[in-house]
Design a protein around this ligand. Structure first.
Ligand SMILES: *[C@@H]1O[C@H](CO)[C@@H](O)[C@H](O)[C@H]1NC(C)=O
Ligand SMILES: *[C@@H]1O[C@H](CO)[C@@H](O)[C@H](O)[C@H]1NC(C)=O
Ligand SMILES: *[C@@H]1O[C@H](CO)[C@@H](O)[C@H](O)[C@H]1NC(C)=O
Ligand SMILES: *[C@@H]1O[C@H](CO)[C@@H](O)[C@H](O)[C@H]1NC(C)=O
Ligand SMILES: *[C@@H]1O[C@H](CO)[C@@H](O)[C@H](O)[C@H]1NC(C)=O
Ligand SMILES: *[C@@H]1O[C@H](CO)[C@@H](O)[C@H](O)[C@H]1NC(C)=O
Ligand SMILES: *[C@@H]1O[C@H](CO)[C@@H](O)[C@H](O)[C@H]1NC(C)=O
Length: 399
């Protein structure tokens, strides 16, 4: 009898445990399903609906997804259709320098830029200046004389020094000047010696205007970089290597892409800045197009470029067609950025550049401070609640 009672009790307990377990499993499963559904409907409410996951081989991505989204939230920033017929057929990129040319290839083994490994130079640049937003990097543009260099070095607010390098036809050395100027009181060597003094933490962007100037600058840079005992500040090496919008090939010849990538390959911790020759001709201007973006991407892939990149783009031409910028920024997500620049008489509406604020950590503005402020202020991105900002690439979300 006693044994029987004990047996029944055990049976009852076992049933209870089984029932309890089943209950817990069921509740957990239901909770999971509900949570997943809630998450899904939450996403599909906005981001998923307007911006699909980026498909790297799909160049119509912007039209299909981003445009819908931009139209909804910021109709005024939508790409303006380019109605003009191309007037002249521009030539392919100049590759006039024969590939047999002996470039001076230094065994520059790369002082690291603020401790970076090759390929993390964009992040390193922001880190160097203690910034999260690339738009907060400040620039002195066309620092091409002793006076301008002294002024820029003495200005605490300036972070990056942008300057142009051409060949001095008389002395046959690289000097700081913007064509058509062909003389200067500042040589590249002097520019580097002063701006790379150990106490200096300002970054440098050099814009090489000619093949000869780039070739002759390699040895000068190598010597100056090696001479610095502390890690180098951020360094950007720029040249226009493709014929771009509205440019007249009779007036500007791009630097040879082959020379650019080969000669600069040893400078592993710098940021390379390959761009397009351009012109702004007011109403008749065409913006960058997808072909421009894709040609650049192709060159970078063909040359197996190891460095991080920043594409120099002209504000007035970016404003005319944002789509190629999305392409450039998304095709090689982790290693690319843009540096937006402007020429004196260019005109554009800051609101048309507002879309670039979607990529806050990847778009630098080498523009007058008031223009940068205007872009920041005008950007539709400011008006979007945080949760609604689409996922259009790694690391691009403003704060
Ligand atoms: C990406 O786009 C290309 C071109 O439109 C298409 O052929 C391919 O199937 C797409 N891939 C995916 C994973 O959607
Ligand atoms: C340098 O520029 C000056 C003034 O524009 C011009 O007269 C001269 O021919 C140029 N020199 C060379 C070698 O191009
Ligand atoms: C490039 O520079 C090296 C020396 O630095 C020189 O020997 C060579 O001739 C130059 N090549 C061209 C095409 O200017
Ligand atoms: C794109 O622009 C380039 C110049 O930047 C021009 O040569 C080319 O014809 C354009 N392509 C299209 C499809 O409009
Ligand atoms: C460039 O120069 C050539 C030869 O002088 C001329 O035929 C052509 O029209 C010029 N191109 C432009 C865009 O001015
Ligand atoms: C540019 O466009 C504006 C308005 O669309 C017009 O008033 C002006 O005459 C045009 N300028 C040129 C040079 O075509
Ligand atoms: C800008 O425009 C002014 C006035 O039209 C002119 O004098 C000046 O040369 C232009 N500057 C450039 C860089 O084109």
């Amino acid at each position: 009898m006693h044994a029987m009672q004990q047996y029944r009790q055990r049976q009852r307990r076992r049933k209870l445990i089984i029932a309890g377990s089943v209950f817990v499993v069921l509740v957990t499963a239901i909770a999971c399903i509900v949570a997943a559904a809630a998450k899904k409907s939450d996403n599909s409410k906005y981001a998923d609906k307007y911006v699909a996951k980026y498909n790297k081989s799909d160049s119509d991505w912007y039209d299909k997804y981003a445009k819908k989204w931009v139209d909804k939230y910021a109709p005024s920033t939508t790409a303006k259709p380019t109605t003009q017929e191309p007037t002249t057929k521009t030539e392919e990129a100049s590759t006039t320098m024969e590939s047999t040319t002996k470039y001076s290839t230094p065994d520059y083994n790369g002082h690291t830029t603020n401790g970076n490994k090759a390929g993390s130079a964009i992040k390193g640049l922001l880190k160097h200046f203690g910034l999260k937003d690339a738009a907060d990097v400040t620039w002195a543009h066309a620092v091409n004389s002793q006076e301008e260099l002294d002024t820029a070095l003495g200005d605490e607010k300036i972070m990056m020094l942008e300057a142009d390098v051409v060949m001095d036809p008389v002395r046959n050395i690289p000097i700081m000047a913007h064509p058509p100027a062909n003389s200067s009181d500042l040589t590249l060597e002097q520019f580097l010696t002063h701006s790379l003094k150990h106490s200096e933490e300002k970054g440098i962007k050099l814009d090489f205007k000619q093949d000869e100037a780039l070739n002759a600058s390699i040895a000068v840079m190598q010597k100056a970089f090696k001479a610095r005992e502390t890690p180098l500040p951020p360094i950007i090496l720029n040249a226009d290597i493709l014929v771009g919008p509205n440019s007249n090939e009779n007036q500007t010849t791009p630097v040879s892409p082959d020379l650019f990538f080969t000669a600069l390959a040893p400078f592993k911790t710098t940021i390379l800045s390959p761009g397009w020759t351009t012109k702004f001709i007011g109403n008749a201007s065409e913006g960058y197009n997808n072909t421009d973006a894709n040609e650049m991407t192709k060159l970078i892939q063909q040359n197996i470029v190891q460095q991080d990149l920043t594409f120099p783009v002209r504000a007035s031409l970016v404003a005319l067609n944002p789509k190629p910028m999305h392409l450039l920024l998304n095709q090689m997500q982790d290693k690319v950025s843009l540096t937006v620049w402007t020429a004196k008489n260019d005109t554009y509406d800051p609101e048309d550049l507002g879309f670039l604020r979607l990529y806050a950590k990847k778009v630098f503005f080498d523009l007058p401070a008031d223009e940068v402020e205007a872009i920041k202020k005008a950007s539709f991105v400011n008006k979007i609640p945080k949760g609604l900002i689409p996922d259009i690439g790694n690391d691009n979300i403003p704060f």
